[in-house]
Write a protein that binds this ligand. Structure first.
Ligand code: ATP
Ligand code: MG
Ligand code: MG
Ligand code: MG
Length: 461
């Protein structure tokens, strides 16, 4: 079946409504009253307290299409964007939830029925994983659903989901779609699983525990269900394309990006990054985030600067990023009217950021190029990374991204040391600028986790 993203969102919500679920609006990207989480990174976030038993709703089954950002914290995909076919910084997660109502059997049956009967996906292209310890889910899949054991495996960490370091968590079962042998990659659990042939489309979490700060897992009052399916990933499957960036929703964004930077091409890695980033940046601003030097505001600033650098790479000569808000409002304003209401405000904030970074971007890039051409090994010295950060406003992940394009790495330890030295100098000079030190610490932490990601999750398309 071919469906637009909008039709798919609707079909999902309606199917679960017909199975007794209450349709609930997406919550904000900024979690309400949750200091453990910077951004809403999954559909379950707005229901966290319901899972924990601290909140009660008038319904015990819910379904949502939740806007999510994964750019920092436990689930950070910023460095994957542009490198994989399946990751965005902003995406919509379709989900169905049971609060102490149905459990494994019905969750699996709903998912399978929706995929194979409502969407009519061929069963032989679907691959299943469950947690290594979960004989119950294995039995349901094999004996009740009748899934072919050849397309079934039991895995460890990949099948245990948690929202963050603390909070609700539990074993999961995941459904993958095989995009065909012309694409590199192996089935889940194989050495080539990070390729993009077998793409995870749906994760069903059997919410059973609450993990505390010490790592102890206490059983939840009621075993519950939390599922998440990326709208863009399932849209790609239905529209017969491999990459999320080829679906309907991205076509006009890519065109607008090409036009704004003056590029003759209408699809390449840089344009995809820009098309992705305009979504996260616009939605974050709509939800009240303002670019700044710390916390959520600094993550927003990093994403904007990353987009601006890619535009520069494509030859943009002036501010361009803010011009994409109109295309986004056109594309998604029906589902999210705030995009239209706040369009002018979002444009203004982006324009200001672009203008500010434009002042140092060229100089910084030149410094970086010089440093690279004079390089002996394959690692950019921490001192250089620090100078770019401190003088030119280059977030560390931006420098790391330039390095990665040339198959170089950055000396993170050296960067940390340069930062520490500067902090000590400031202290010795008797300056106790709390804000300043705070923002630096935050930056180095987020940058560091991003750096680890570089060598891990992200693989070339
Ligand atoms: P992956 O292994 O591909 O990174 P994940 O296991 O981290 O995905 P989950 O935390 O299980 O993802 O989230 C549930 C679903 O949300 C995924 O099955 C996928 O369809 C979708 N999803 C997750 N991360 C992204 C992303 N960065 N961009 C688009 N969709 C995503
Ligand atoms: Mg992931
Ligand atoms: Mg996964
Ligand atoms: Mg998953």
């Amino acid at each position: 079946k071919n469906m637009t993203s909008a039709e798919l969102r609707q079909a999902f919500l309606e199917y679960f409504q017909s199975q007794g679920h209450q349709i609930v609006d997406s919550s904000s990207l900024i979690p309400a009253n949750d200091p453990t989480l910077m951004f809403t990174n999954a559909g379950m976030v707005q229901f966290k307290d319901v899972f924990l038993g601290d909140d009660k709703r008038s319904y015990n089954r819910a379904t949502t299409s939740q806007r999510c950002v994964r750019a920092g914290g436990k689930h950070n995909d910023l460095e994957n964007v542009g490198y994989t076919a399946r990751h965005h910084t902003f995406f919509e997660m379709l989900g169905n939830f049971s609060f102490g109502d149905y459990f494994k059997r019905d969750a699996i049956r709903f998912a399978w029925t929706f995929l194979t009967e409502v969407l009519e996906l061929p069963k032989e292209k679907l691959w299943i994983t469950v947690h290594i310890s979960d004989d119950e889910a294995e039995k349901i899949w094999k004996e009740e659903i009748g899934v072919d054991p050849q397309r079934f495996s039991k895995l460890d960490e990949d099948n245990f989901w948690s929202m963050g370091d603390t909070g609700p968590c539990g074993p999961s079962t995941e459904i993958f779609f095989d995009h065909g042998e012309e694409i590199w990659g192996g089935p889940p659990g194989s050495p080539e699983e990070d390729g993009d042939r077998y793409i995870e489309i749906w994760n069903l979490v059997f919410m059973q525990f609450n993990r505390d700060a010490s790592g102890t897992m206490d059983p939840l009052p009621n075993p519950s269900i939390d599922t998440g399916m990326g709208l863009e990933r399932i849209a790609a499957v239905l529209q017969g394309v491999h990459s999320n960036y080829e679906i309907d929703l991205f076509q006009n964004l890519l065109k607008a990006a090409a036009k704004a930077v003056g590029s003759a091409e209408t699809d390449n890695k840089s344009l995809r990054v820009i098309a992705d980033h305009i979504r996260s940046c616009s939605f974050l601003i709509c939800d009240g985030v303002i670019p700044s030097n710390e916390g959520a505001g600094y993550v927003l600033r990093r994403i904007i600067r990353r987009a601006v650098r890619y535009g520069n790479k494509l030859g943009a000569t002036g501010p361009f990023f803010n011009q994409l808000v109109a295309a986004l409002a056109q594309e998604m304003g029906q589902a999210y009217p705030e995009l239209i209401e706040k369009q002018a405000q979002v444009e203004r904030i982006l324009l200001k950021e672009e203008e500010q970074f434009a002042k140092t971007l060229d100089h910084g890039l030149r410094l970086l190029e010089d440093a690279i051409s004079g390089l002996k090994g394959t690692e950019i010295p921490g001192e250089t990374v620090f100078k770019l950060y401190d003088t030119y406003g280059f977030p560390v992940d931006l420098t790391a991204d330039v390095a990665r394009e040339q198959e170089l790495s950055v000396d993170m330890a050296g960067f940390e040391k340069a930062m520490e030295d500067q902090r000590n100098r400031a202290r010795a000079a008797g300056k106790f600028n709390v804000d300043y030190n705070d923002s630096i610490r935050l930056d180095s932490e987020t940058a560091f986790s991003g750096y680890e990601q570089l060598s891990g999750d992200a693989k070339v398309v």
